[in-house]
Every structure is written in C-alpha cells, then in structure tokens.
Ligand binder design. Sequence first.
Ligand SMILES: [Zn+2]
Length: 209
Amino acid sequence: MAYPAPLEALVEAFQVLPGIGRRTAERLALHILRDSKARALSRAIDVAVRDTKRCSLCQNVCEIEPCAICADSKRDVSRLLVVEEPAHVESVERAGVWQGRYHVLLGSFNPAEGTEARHLAVGGLIDRLRSKTEVEEVVLGMDPDKEGEATLLLVLEAIESAGITVRVSRLSRGLPAGSGIEYLHRGVLEDAIEDRRPVRRRQDGPSFY
Ligand SMILES: [Zn+2]
C-alpha cells in the first residue's frame, strides 16, 4: 500500500460519496491534510451527523422534530409537494413559491444505480395521506428527467393501489429536460408550480398523462 493506513482510510471514506472515484478521493484527502481548515471540516461533519435527524412527517433533514415547516401552523396543510431530495425543499423555500407542506422521498427510483422502491419514503407518504384527511392535493414535483418520471409513476401507482382519493397534479410542461429542480430559476419554478396540471389515468392502458 502506497499511502499510510490512516490516509488510505480517508481516501476510502471519500469514495463512498456519490460521484467520487479513486483519483478524486485521493486529491481531496491530500488536500484535507495540507489545509489548516481540515479540523473545522471534520468537526462540522461530526456535528452535522450528530445534530440532524429526519422529520418523521416529511422526512426532510431537521434539527428539532417535527421540522420547522411541518410545525408551522401558518402553512397550508391541504397541499403537499412531493420532492425527491431535501435540496429541492431548500430551493423551493428559497424561491418562496410554495405555501403548503412537503414530503421528501429521499431519492429517485433508479434501480440501475441501486435505488429501488423500498429505499424511497413512499410508504411514509401513503401513511400520511391515510391519516391526514386535511390533505386535498398532492403535487408531484419530481425532476424533469427519466428517473423523475419513473419516480412519479411509482408514487402514482402507490397512491392508487392504496385506494386513496386525493387530487394529484404534476409540474407544468416545458421544464428544461434533464435539469434538476434545484437548478431552476425562481420564475421557472414559480410557473411550474402555479401552472401545475392534474394527473389522470389513461383510459386505454396502464399509464398516466
Ligand atoms: Zn417535516
């Protein structure tokens, strides 16, 4: 082994992160050792892991349970925006274009990359819809890409097979294909939510439009 064991362990630790290969992991690990901010980074990781949890209602990352959004009585409880990642909640909140609550799936349906239905917080969503009768509309705010579409269908099937009758809509057409929700400009995001359209089952087959 070329590196001392503690450095090798750090390289391997970086490699568990998405999109980080061996070469990048080595570069990051060596940079960390050179940089005087390394201890601050290590402390920040420790504190973030120790002091954050998942909100048991919406699954978003929070410090105190339930999260600030779920606990906010001024939010519109009749509308639920379903998103893939906590970063998407952050983007929508920063844009200030949604007054309802959220449900975070914690990923997108992508079996090729190892994310299957059981890894997503779909069951939690169904439980919420079953117990919270005040939810009148579920807005599916998935990314406008292949995985987002697969995730959307998965959620729709789950809602339907649970026999839940709730208004379901999806973001408007015309979003730049392949662009994640977190990269959309405020105006685009606002239009996508404002101009959302109802999702209906096709009469002629097992799909939705
Ligand atoms: Zn919450």
